[in-house]
Design a protein around this ligand. Sequence first.
Ligand code: DX5
Ligand code: ZN
Length: 218
Amino acid sequence: MKISASILATKLTQLGNILPEFQSTSIDYIHMDVMDGNYVPQISFGEAITQEVSQLTKIPLDVHLMVSKPEDHFRKYLEFKPSYVTFHQETTNFGVRLSDEIRKANAKVGVSINPMTPVSSLKYLLPYIDLILIMTVDPGFYGQKFIQGGLDKIKEAKDLSSGFDISIEVDGGVNETNIRSISEAGADICVVGAGLFKVGDPSENGKKLKDLVRSVSV
Ligand code: DX5
Ligand code: ZN
């Protein structure tokens, strides 16, 4: 299980202190929640903060675009060499073209689905993508409660994508109480915001989450 740390749940003004402290053994990706105030109610940050983060850490970036018309915005993020650029299935009519362009820039393509969007809506995109991001909260805010139906969707996504080289990422309300069942359902990457940053040391929390998962798989 890999952990992608959502810096939305931390104080952005303190990133200069927080990011260099991260241990890549416990945190595998930095999850950048880009929000436009249109697709989701809040505006978070965009390419300027993403660039700063890319300069403050060597941990690979996992860019999550919660924006309308991602085809108008994704290019700006590619120059920071992210591992993943993920857009929402609900936000574009041009998923294949967009995926092709992201891959051409040597980033991996993620597609995210909201809790009410069926896994089956991804069927025809499978050859073009590297990651399915299952939202387990309505997008827009950190610190929300995990929607249990997400566990079934992880299994469905695993089945649907068998035969393809596609990872499953889960985003929203992941913490030490549910990470084992998320792992057992088949997730490869968990985004964690409040569960890492709200109490204690983020790197230690990341390690603890990974230990919980490991004790299940042994
Ligand atoms: C929600 C974001 C998530 C969120 C995760 O719209 O996409 O990445 O910040 O934070 P937690 O783990 O607190 O739900
Ligand atoms: Zn996210």
